[in-house]
Design a protein around this ligand. Structure first.
Ligand code: GH3
Ligand code: MG
Ligand code: MG
Ligand code: MG
Length: 300
């Protein structure tokens, strides 16, 4: 836990810093609110231990400033240590967003108690933050293949769409559909089918660039976003994917064939595509052509 000590009197500041460090916390120091605010812009601070009366920016102003700038991602626990310890000042401090307002002291046990209470909240906040990150990720991940799911795809499509238009760059999309997969399931069962989908997902992921997004689009359909790729490059990449899947040589005896995929590719063209759905529809139409032309092929 990092504690920022703010006081205009260097003797007080040094004594506080010594105690904070003796208690095992990492300590930063500032001589007024303005300097503290500057430090907060670049350093990760969990707790501010601040004097009230200081030149340039006082402790209550600093506290208000921190609270106004908070965005929900990080909470700064704020303790005021002050000579102004009557009830009226205490209320003003709490209204400004302080978590504690105590009389100035140089007693290690008191500082231990104040920082201990701060630490409980900091730890709780960290745990909530970690858990919410984990569940945000889980909500966007397909459990079978560990690829991004529809929710993740919708978010990334919106990002790619606005970025591509703003920077007049390019982006290609590919929809990958497993050929005659119903008959594979019918013969070998759904669990065996799931294992094939996992292998295909892994093969796609390994044969495109790290910056490309791979998603489970539907049951046995995958979608690949290839930023900065023009149509021809994307077709080349997807042919590599198609061939590698063919080389897995997974037998689909009831269909008398090896498991393969058909792929439709479309490059985003802001002058043609009025919406994301229009772009998706062009990739889907290309996929339909790949199916109609005999499957196990890439079409545009
Ligand atoms: P086509 O070559 O025209 O794509 O033929 P197809 O049989 O693959 O296409 P169709 O859309 O008729 O059927 C898709 C099949 O994919 C239906 C279902 O058996 C299978 N499928 C869809 N989702 C899953 C899944 O999550 N697990 C498994 N094992 N099979 C799935
Ligand atoms: Mg002072
Ligand atoms: Mg399908
Ligand atoms: Mg299919």
């Amino acid at each position: 836990m990092t504690v920022l000590v703010v006081d205009d009197q260097s003797a007080v500041r040094d004594a506080l810093c010594e105690m904070v460090e003796a208690l095992g916390y990492h300590c930063l120091a500032a001589c007024n609110g303005e300097e503290a605010w500057r430090i907060l812009q670049t350093e990760h601070v969990d707790v501010v231990l601040s004097d009230w009366q200081m030149p340039r920016m006082n402790g209550v102003e600093l506290c208000q400033r921190i609270r106004n700038a908070e965005n929900g991602n990080h909470y700064t626990y704020f303790i005021l240590l002050t000579g102004l310890s009557d009830k009226e000042h205490f209320l003003r401090a709490m209204e400004a967003g302080a978590d504690g307002c105590y009389e100035k002291c140089s007693n290690l046990n008191e500082i231990r108690a104040y920082l201990g209470s701060a630490e409980r909240l900091v730890n709780l906040h960290r745990r909530l933050e970690r858990e919410s990150q984990t569940s945000l990720r889980a909500a966007r991940t397909d459990p079978l293949t560990q690829l991004g799911n529809r929710l993740r795809l919708d978010e990334d499509l919106a990002t790619v769409w606005s970025r591509t238009k703003r920077y007049r760059s390019t982006c290609a999309m590919a929809i990958v559909d497993v050929d005659e997969f119903k008959s594979y399931n019918d013969q070998f069962g759904h669990l065996a089918g799931d294992a094939v989908l996992q292998r295909i997902a892994q093969t796609i992921r390994r044969n495109v660039r790290d910056v490309d997004g791979v998603y489970r689009y539907g049951g046995e359909e995958f979608l690949v976003l290839l930023p900065e790729q023009a149509l021809r490059q994307a077709v080349r990449a997807m042919n590599r994917v198609r061939k590698t899947i063919e080389q897995l040589s997974i037998l689909n005896t009831s269909a008398r064939r090896i498991v393969s995929v058909s792929i439709g590719v479309a490059e985003l063209d802001p002058s043609v595509d009025a919406s994301i759905d229009a772009w998706l529809a062009r990739a889907d139409a290309a996929l339909y052509r790949a199916k109609a032309l005999g499957r196990n092929r890439v079409e545009i």
